[in-house]
Design a protein around this ligand. Structure first.
Ligand SMILES: [Fe+2]
Length: 120
């Protein structure tokens, strides 16, 4: 469930976050579909980070170097998760929950300060 606490104050970024969160919430627990869906989602998240940086640059948001580095770190982490799925039996609910937690923690620790005044 998506809550307003996760709003960063930019409608386009918020929409991408909500879309990814929704996709995570409706993942199939059927193993054959699950891995394809996870691969799609990991790519969607990596693309979202690129989009978010473009939006921040274009709209003059306060995106720190640490925030950009965190995007690289999480992307590498997601790719490692994707690699770990190859040939393994995984619990879809746990993987989806971990991805959802990663997205929400990133929003709370970094994204919600994008549109905040400089003194934050
Ligand atoms: Fe971000």
């Amino acid at each position: 469930m998506w809550y307003s606490i996760y709003s960063v104050g930019d409608v386009d970024i918020d929409q991408e976050h909500a879309n990814i969160d929704f996709m995570l919430s409706v993942l199939s627990v059927d193993d054959s579909q699950f891995k394809d869906q996870i691969q799609y989602l990991v790519k969607a998240l990596a693309l979202h980070f690129v989009n978010e940086e473009k939006i921040a640059d274009a709209r003059g948001y306060n995106m720190s170097d640490g925030h950009r580095q965190e995007h690289r770190r999480v992307t590498a982490q997601l790719e490692a998760i994707m690699d770990s799925l190859q040939g393994k039996k995984v619990d879809p609910v746990t993987v989806a929950q971990n991805l959802q937690d990663t997205l929400r923690e990133h929003i709370l620790e970094y994204d919600r300060y994008l549109t905040a005044p400089e003194f934050f």
